[in-house]
Design a protein around this ligand. Sequence first.
Ligand SMILES: C[S@@+](CC[C@H](N)C(=O)[O-])C[C@H]1O[C@@H](n2cnc3c(N)ncnc32)[C@H](O)[C@@H]1O
Length: 283
Amino acid sequence: MSALVIQNEVLDLDGDMDAMHPPTETADAPDGGHQGDGNGPDTLADANKQHFTDIAETYGELPSAKKLAKYLAVAMRKLYAFDKNSTSVLDFGCGPGKPDSILVFDAARWNSCMDGCTGLVSSELAADTKKVVGVDISEGMVEQYNKRMQKLGVPPEEMHALCLELKGEPGELDGAKFDIVVCSMAYHHIDDIAATTRLLVGFLKPGGHLIICDMTRGEEGREIVPEPFHEIVSHEYGFSEADIRANFEGAGLKYFGFQLLVKARVHGLTVDLFVGRGVKPTE
Ligand SMILES: C[S@@+](CC[C@H](N)C(=O)[O-])C[C@H]1O[C@@H](n2cnc3c(N)ncnc32)[C@H](O)[C@@H]1O
């Protein structure tokens, strides 16, 4: 696998795990209930809503999450020629509006307003985007996202998030189509990624790019995400290149690309985080 951005660093996701405590510690069920057993949330989506709302305030400040967002934005800039006057982005599973959205929007605003993020973005990375729409099923994440944008002085018509569980039904997001749909570290939280990929492709314009970032399945096939997190994770082994290719091609995407973005320490394992890219045909 070739490196799109950086190979020498290992992001310390483990160092941030205190904030990513297992969902059972905070879910309704004090004894650590599981989906559908009458104590905890009924579905994976419900468990994710609950967990990510619980950690929404701290998540956006995690150093490893900020770094990953920075590298992903660099990768996106390499994959797509952004245009301030026209490029539109759908950030699916957007979380609290960290730089994966904001970097492609306006680095100057980000650097001037966000403590601790100054210098995160070089002007080289300051891509221009006309509009970014974030979508997340967690109310807490969406609230954080929109608060950040308000603090940054970004008008909602340029950048805002919506709390939705997209179903792929006609009229969702007012029928909007985007140049880029990006999904960072949310695929492993979703059961049916084939259906989700088709759904996301439905929001692309012809020629638009779907860009997914997530954990690569190790050759030895070891479980990356341990039991306490299974309530919110469906793909605890990560994804192989073949998994992502099959999903992208099954959804009609072309020009498949799959590259290493950066390594990360996750639950004691060193894991490759990948960027997968597919393009919607123009005809
Ligand atoms: C690990 S966080 C990643 C957030 C952000 N994209 C990032 O890169 O840091 C996963 C996000 O996916 C969201 N999520 C989980 N399942 C989802 C679904 N079915 N639809 C939309 N968002 C979902 C969660 O609420 C959470 O904000």
